[in-house]
Write a protein that binds this ligand. Sequence first.
Ligand SMILES: [Zn+2]
Length: 413
Amino acid sequence: MEAKNLRVSRQRLKFSLERMAKIGATDGGGVHRLALSDEDKQARDLFLKWLKELDLTVRVDEMGNIFGKRKGRSPRLPIVLTGSHIDSQPQGGRFDGILGVMGALEVLRTIQENHIETERPVMIVNWTNEEGTRFPPAMAGSGVWTGTLNRDWVYRQADIQGKKLGGELARIGYKGRQPARKWPVHAYYELHIEQGPILEKEGKRIGVPRGILGLNWYDVDIEGKANQVGPTPMEGRNDALCAAAEMILKVNELPGRMGENLVATVGEIHNSPNSRNIIPGRVHFTVDIRSWDDDLSLRAWEELKRDFGRISKKRGCPTILAETWQVEHASFDESLVKRVGETAQRLGFSTHFMVSGAGHDASYVNQVAPAAMIFVPSIGGRSHVEVENTKWEDCEAGANVLLHCVLQSALEK
Ligand SMILES: [Zn+2]
């Protein structure tokens, strides 16, 4: 068959996704497949088995990133890379990440069964620990591979039980020998669910992100004075949770104050000792600020710092602020973005140019190679939750766009 008439198999893609969704399946219809857990290992084992059936050259690097390479006519030319991540959020969805890995697998299966010869090698990847929910930071596998994160520092990151990432990688048998170090990539494509409501609202099939919003993470620690709730008068209390409550609302009001071009969220909070009998003595919470405009994010944080300072003083609760993680906004490669849009239109799909509010492995890869993403609609805009869903025909559409983008790049001399 001529390359331009190739199409992926919806049935096979659906089967692969449904098979993967069984690993770590939750009662609510989602998956719980945290990075380097037993479920992650099981999914990786299955993925490896499928790669080997395709006769790919498989390697696992020291970060547990899994690569499978299909030969091209010119083995020395920089490769075309495509993939995403197998790990999930706690009680997360069946499409986030895994769609980009199973989509890439479907692309390789389609190319292979039609005996298509490409000029450049095509390689599939599963990046380790994209979610960063068990071991911060997120996108750890691609971050080390691109040289942005230090391998040994990442190895030392611990989960809530104190287990280290490096140890868990070895425990599940995926601490490979290959150095996790970038090599020349001609083009990187990542298929992903939108994780937002825009495509559905616009009635469009394929989202073409121009880039990814900048992301800023902060940690806030408030020190109050714990005491018995009955005998302690209201006056003179140093209630850390009340201080947190005021601060959290400031975070929520921030985008409105800054002119809407950013989003700001407190998603995690720990109250201590968390007893109905005790005035809260300590609170920890996180702040997440995202914008396409990096300066705006920083100005927003400065505003927040002033607010937090005022609240902390008023309530007599000393507060420590930490700047945990910063990633500047990233524009994807213009010619690849254009290709994604044109390819989708040629295949008969409606398209919508947008930006991605979520971080992806593509953000790191984009720093060292031309990269682009393909988005498909999330039903109800819901993601990172068990009800996360995408229509099979949209998964298929996204995989077909991925197929033809990969083919065009892989046929280039
Ligand atoms: Zn993802």
